[in-house]
Design a binder for this molecule. Sequence first.
Ligand code: SF4
Length: 254
Amino acid sequence: MTINTSAHSFSSQEVSSLDDTLAGLDLAQRLAFIAGLGGRAVFTTSLGIEDQVITAAIGTHRLPIDIATLETGRLFAETVKLIDETEERYNLTIRRFYPQQDDIDAFAAKYGLNGFYDSVEARHACCHVRKLVPLAKALEGASFWVTGLRRGQSGNRATTPFAEFDAERNLIKINPLADWDIGLINAHVAAENIPINPLHARGYPSIGCEPCTRAIKPGEPERAGRWWWENDEKRECGLHVAEAAQASIIPTAS
Ligand code: SF4
């Protein structure tokens, strides 16, 4: 198939066709197919278990997909350590994108450094400064944004496609693990001896910033430990908020 990646303009038919094509491929083939389309592809990793599976595939098959992470300044020490370990293991570079100190200072002056606990508005403002602004930098010039979203992570992500147009960022979002369940992820990690965050074994299936992530209890949804003090079941950090908003209209995505 041909996609006009240079123009950063994608028809719904092209995206639908790409989704169909990816559905028939395995993980490595999906990633290789995207890498072969010609536009810049960026994979953003949170170092969570799904993202480690994708990083391992990119590194093992030496695929020309840039890897980036949002180093928010509030990550768990285990996550920061895993960035270095993963680079060494797969002989690749995970580019770190940091928030601007001026933005952090402005947030802290208005809300307090940990003001995200006090209101959804403050939490979104913190995620904007520490995640969304750095994400925009990471995705500059990209035609394809590869993510580790899975349908089984939450009801909000239950219909995650393999390919979708991100109108806000004018690129195609690729979710190559959309149809993998956590059992398959765990089996693959064990079989390939992929390094993962030790926090997973301590009750953290989904790992974000340290002050905003807690371990979950048996039977809780995978993402119940993220921003646990908020009641909105569709809470997201804003990286995938467009999909979250769409989900209330057309059930559709770190
Ligand atoms: S997850 Fe928490 S600490 Fe991290 S950017 Fe969002 S509000 Fe701030």
